[in-house]
Design a binder for this molecule. Structure first.
Ligand SMILES: Nc1ncnc2c1ncn2[C@@H]1O[C@H](COP(=O)(O)OP(=O)(O)OP(=O)(O)O)[C@@H](O)[C@H]1O
Length: 584
């Protein structure tokens, strides 16, 4: 158990310390110091209140009205101080939490989105479940829980230190005779509180430890369920056309049944733990009185001392049992910490995969804009799918790649674009050449059509005339007046229209090297011919490497290279292929 706690603390340190060393360290540090100072004030107030107990109850016992009213005034002053501390404690704490969360969210988003890590995390299906939950939900609850546990622990330690001293003083000496011998136990009330709390903590640990895994699983099941719901929403049209609603409902209910099943586990464990903690809490109300009662009834202490001792005992025992009451929170905290650590490790692994990638970027020679040599494209598991050698594209050339489905054409484009980390080889690019890759399924973001067209460039970069002009050029005449319309474009535009929009982007960007992955698969053949003709006419210097299946594509290119594949071996793409005579 000690080892588990130490490793948890090491993880918490790893997750928290960057904030207090980062750009926001001053403000974060000052807020944390203020919260700690208020907590110290709070504990000091409880110490004063404990002494007040003694004076107040003695005034009652002695029927001393003047002392009684004096003590009431004192109480009013303490209470006023406590109210101010309570208000600002929460306020400053929330302030710290939101600053910290802001910082951590920024850091995680950067780590996730930078260098295409978000994409590589997906490549290996097992690498990170639900990054959205890690970034949105787990960071929030991690910070809230860490601050709350830190402050709780600080309070428990300070309360323990102050009240143990008071209680030690109040204990006097406890004498009893056992086995014919007199035993003296100094500070016996402190030991009694300690023994009571230790037994309680240990029993709570035994009962509550199953909650760690159960809470972890619960979060995962909830997130999986949410992801499946989103998937149904996103693929609504396909599901409706295929009539897949029953299957989807079955799958969703199946996902949900995991939540229910696990929740029952949590309920049962929680019930068992509550039996114990609430019983323990009730006993704690009277336990100190029982322990001190013999001294009171024996006449050695007054009512004030009884009340002060009982309250001090309660404080000591309460701080010892901090872990008992915080058990469920600690279990939950551990699962949040585990998930964030797992996420950070996955990000690091994805970055290492990228850094360890054996693809090399070299400057192109011999006038080629793009050349691919000795490339071995592999899958995440290590299997080789495609070997490429001696393939190059010159300025103004349009090279068509064809080959069997699944032979690795799209993966080759990913490797050339630098987002695919598995495999090895050299990608030579002309110095300063700008490359644009248009994937098979265009990405049309939600928002204004202007934003979707210019994506991901800043809007100010292209003027309206240029945007309208490229829309006209790709045949999207009906959309030229809708630049500022905000809509769910992916649901409104047809597949072919989305592909045209994607080609319009290429016309805007005017890249030096353009990689096209079946970008006209959803338009008819005459439109396809028109689009390619437009591309080549308007980007006469661009080196185009495109992938396609249709035979009608051939005359639209200047060269054709075919991928060959023999059973049991990786597909091969080699050499210069065949020249295509320009259509008459
Ligand atoms: N992330 C991945 N994990 C495992 N295998 C993958 C992954 N991505 C692609 N593959 C596999 O790699 C092979 C090549 O896929 P790719 O999409 O490159 O083929 P393609 O030649 O473009 O096919 P098509 O002509 O059908 O579009 C396929 O067998 C595919 O299943």
């Amino acid at each position: 158990m000690l080892r588990a706690i130490l490793s948890l603390l090491a993880d918490v340190w790893r997750l928290s310390i960057p904030y207090f060393r980062g750009e926001d360290k001053w403000r974060g540090g000052i807020l944390l110091a203020a919260v700690v100072a208020l907590e110290v004030g709070w504990v000091y107030a409880t110490v004063l209140l404990n002494e007040w107990n003694n004076a107040f109850y003695n005034a009652i016992q002695e029927k001393d009205y003047a002392a009684f009213t004096h003590q009431l005034w004192l109480f009013a002053a303490y209470a006023a101080g406590a109210i101010i501390v309570a208000v600002y404690q929460i306020y400053l704490r929330q302030w710290l939490e939101i600053r910290w969360r802001n910082w951590m969210t920024d850091k995680y988003l950067t780590a996730w989105l930078d260098n295409q890590t978000h994409y590589r995390l997906r490549l290996k299906g097992d690498m990170a479940d639900n990054p959205d939950q890690r970034i949105a939900e787990d960071i929030r609850s991690y910070i809230a829980q860490t601050v709350s546990i830190f402050i709780g622990l600080l309070n428990a330690m300070m309360t323990l230190a102050s009240f143990a001293v008071i209680l030690w003083g109040l204990s006097g000496e406890f004498h009893f005779t056992l086995f014919g011998r007199q035993w003296d136990i100094p500070g016996y009330l402190v030991w009694a509180a300690f023994a009571y709390a230790t037994v309680g903590t240990y029993i709570a640990h035994l009962i509550g430890r199953v909650l760690v895994k159960l809470n972890y699983d619960q979060q995962r099941f909830e997130a999986d369920y949410r992801v499946d719901l989103v998937r149904v929403r996103e693929n609504g049209e396909q599901i409706a056309l295929l009539g897949g609603e029953k299957v989807e409902q079955g799958r969703l209910l199946d996902r949900f049944s995991h939540i229910v099943h696990n929740y029952w586990g949590i309920m049962i464990a929680q019930k068992r733990l509550t039996w114990f903690t609430s019983g323990y809490g009730q006993v704690s109300n009277v336990f100190p009185l029982i322990v001190v009662a013999p001294a009171y009834f024996g006449g050695s202490i007054a009512l004030g001392q009884l009340m002060q001792t009982a309250s001090a005992f309660g404080q000591v025992q309460g701080s010892f049992s901090f872990f008992i009451n915080a058990y469920a929170t600690l279990a939950d905290w551990k699962s949040v910490v585990d998930r964030l650590i797992g996420f950070e490790d996955n990000i690091a692994a994805a970055r290492a995969a990228a850094a360890g990638s054996a693809y090399r970027r070299v400057p192109a020679t011999d006038g080629a804009m793009l050349a691919i040599d000795q490339m071995d494209v592999r899958l995440p598991g290590g299997r080789s799918v495609l070997m490429v050698d001696g393939v190059s594209v010159s300025r103004g050339e349009a090279v068509l790649l064809t080959g069997p489905s699944g032979s690795g054409k799209s993966t080759l484009l990913r490797a050339v674009a630098g987002i695919w980390p598995y495999g090895s080889g050299a990608v030579a690019l002309a110095p300063e050449a700008r490359m644009l890759v248009l994937p098979q399924r265009p990405y049309v973001p939600v928002g204004s059509l202007r934003g979707a067209l210019a994506y991901p460039d800043p809007l100010a970069e292209h003027d309206d005339a240029a945007l309208r002009e490229v829309l006209e050029a790709v045949g999207l005449h009906d959309f030229t007046d809708r630049l500022d319309e905000r809509a769910l474009w992916p649901a409104i535009m047809s597949g072919g229209e989305q592909q045209r929009l994607s080609i319009a982007r290429a016309l805007l960007v005017k890249p030096d090297v353009l990689l096209l992955d079946e970008v006209t698969s959803a338009v008819d053949e005459p439109a396809e011919a028109a689009l390619y003709t437009t591309l080549r006419a308007r980007l006469p210097a661009t080196a185009i490497l495109s992938i396609g299946h249709r035979s009608t594509l051939k005359p639209l290119h200047s060269r054709h290279i075919e991928i060959t594949r023999e059973a049991g071996a990786p597909a091969r793409l080699e050499g210069r292929g065949t020249l295509i005579a320009p259509a008459a």
